[in-house]
Design a protein around this ligand. Structure first.
Ligand code: ZN
Length: 530
């Protein structure tokens, strides 16, 4: 039997060795079949990957025609049909399913010669119990002192530098330092340690950032992913290729992070600098992230066939509206909602914000929380819409998460034992010992029709005479002066079943108890909805 497996670093010469073996077999009159996987975009996106296409290698003069591009079960059938003595070659074998290993074994037992290039970890584990010949191709580090153990990419993901561990650590940190030096020199804050967004998983100590809430926003995405079965199944499958795109990706924080979490990741941004920086970092990290420089409208129009399991768009569509009109923004949202297979994460700049107030001049109505919720609900694309209100874990703006299928579990918050309504956010300004700071803010969703909100509390002497201002969904409903001791405030407020609302109460007095760093105003005994 003959089952030969070639391993080694990327571009170490595995394909070149395979081509030599195929040419030699063909020249001696043997039958040779070269088979590649049709099951992974990393391969299928290459224009040469098709029957009759040429598989090349680093040596430009050396190539071999591909006989078939097929999936794992087709490859298993093809193997079963081969006569003894035929050579069947699987290059980039990691893009076939692990269970193809058993077909390699049975074919090799029938004297079909199997050559495998670049198996996956999982395939190697299965091969451990099977008799085979392993050929590991070593290359030396460019320092010449040690064999290479790692690769570092520069311009693209084709031909890397082969490096030993020491050289890799040094060159990678030099490449990152050079990227950060360029960011420092560039707009939007030239010659300052100041940029818009951090880079994911890089040490940016000392940098001022416009968006400090990137990790909190990433957690919103990851929380949604963790409760979505269809995406979870893809992530668990080595060829599942769960996909993600961030529309308006800036310098790539979310696309990078999601690639790190197992997604085939992409990002689109109008800024050339942002896309260049993000691409450079992806190469340094050897991540196959697809970054595209484009405005949102053109991207959506030119990529109409592309779908993604998870799509995020943070504060981008309001710029489309500012530049191309309200209707253009609506069309973008419809395309985004439609093209998400499972989850849509939306942040929208509201027209109450000073920078947008005078920009979307043709808006028929103000763009606010209610507007986004209505748009998502009325689109009919979502089974469940969750709201993460401004301020939750430090997020800057409301974030809406649309699930196309029911999430496997609801988000659970239980700061308050409320009836008739369910918390949709953590309560900011509320502590587990029932004390409330000068500002309490919590998102709720009505479980049934709500017509009354009741707040029972106890006011300490330090805050006696404080005025409590009650707001529901941004609307101030009442100001009440409370004296020391117990108090009750009841407010009529109508929300239909399923409606989201934000409850906020602020106090104009607070105190710091001894030995306690908190600013406190009153004790919340019960928050009730009826
Ligand atoms: Zn070295």
């Amino acid at each position: 039997m003959s089952l030969k497996v070639f391993t080694g670093l990327p571009a170490s010469g595995k394909t070149s060795t395979l081509i030599d073996e195929m040419i030699s077999r063909r020249e001696s009159g043997g039958r040779v079949l070269l088979v590649l996987s049709s099951e992974h975009e990393s391969l299928t996106k290459r224009p040469n990957v098709k029957a009759g296409g040429l598989m090349g290698c680093r040596d430009e003069n050396k190539s071999y025609p591909i006989d078939a591009v097929m999936n794992s079960s087709e490859a298993a059938s093809l193997l079963a049909a081969q006569e003894p003595g035929t050579m069947v070659v699987f290059d980039e074998a990691q893009y076939f399913k692990p269970d193809l290993v058993s077909s390699w074994r049975s074919a090799s037992e029938r004297a079909v010669d199997i050559l495998v290039g670049t198996p996956s970890e999982h395939q190697l584990q299965l091969l451990a119990n099977i008799s085979h010949e392993r050929v590991h191709i070593e290359v030396n580090c460019s320092c010449g002192r040690s064999p290479a153990s790692q690769v570092l990419y520069d311009k693209d993901l084709t031909y890397p530098l082969h490096l030993c561990a020491d050289c890799h650590a040094k060159q990678k940190s030099d490449a990152i330092a050079s990227l950060l030096a360029e960011v420092r020199r560039s707009e939007p804050f030239p010659n300052k340690l100041h940029t818009y967004q951090p880079f994911y998983d890089l040490d940016m100590e000392g940098w001022a950032l416009v968006r400090t809430d990137c990790p909190a926003r990433l957690n919103v995405i990851l929380d949604a992913v963790s409760r979505c079965d269809s995406v979870g199944e893809k992530l668990a499958d080595p060829l599942g290729q769960a996909s993600f795109i961030d529309l308006g990706c800036c310098s790539g924080f979310f696309s990078d992070a999601m690639a790190d979490h197992g997604f085939r990741s992409a990002g689109v941004d109008i800024s050339k600098d942002f896309i260049d920086w993000a691409s450079r970092l992806a190469n340094i990290k050897a991540q196959d992230v697809s970054y595209v420089q484009s405005d949102l409208m053109s991207y959506l129009t030119s990529s109409a066939e592309k779908r993604f399991d998870v799509i995020s768009t943070f504060a981008t569509v309001q710029w489309v509206m500012a530049q191309s009109g309200y209707e253009a923004g609506l069309a973008c949202f419809e395309a985004i909602f439609e093209r998400a297979n499972s989850i849509c994460v939306v942040e929208m700049g509201y027209t109450a914000e000073p920078i947008y107030r005078d920009k979307i001049t043709d808006r028929p109505t103000e763009i606010d929380r209610r507007w986004v919720l209505n748009l998502m609900e009325q689109s009919g694309h979502f089974d469940t819409i969750e709201l993460h209100p401004t301020g939750e874990n430090g997020i800057w703006r409301d974030i809406f998460v649309g699930f196309k299928e029911p999430p496997s579990s609801p988000r659970i918050f239980n700061d308050f034992p409320a009836t008739a309504a369910t918390q949709t956010s953590n309560a900011s300004g509320y502590y587990s010992d029932n004390w409330v700071g000068p500002e309490l803010d919590v998102g709720m969703q009505a479980d049934e029709d709500v017509s009354l909100v009741r707040l029972d509390g106890w006011c300490p002497d330090e805050c006696s005479g404080a005025t409590l201002t009650m707001c529901l969904s941004g609307q101030t409903l009442r100001e009440v002066k409370v004296q020391g001791g117990k108090f009750r405030i009841e407010l009529p407020y109508s929300v239909a079943k399923g409606g989201f609302f934000e409850f906020r109460v602020s106090a104009d007095k607070s105190f710091k108890p001894e030995g306690d760093a908190r600013e406190l105003s009153f004790i919340l005994l019960e928050l009730g909805f009826k």
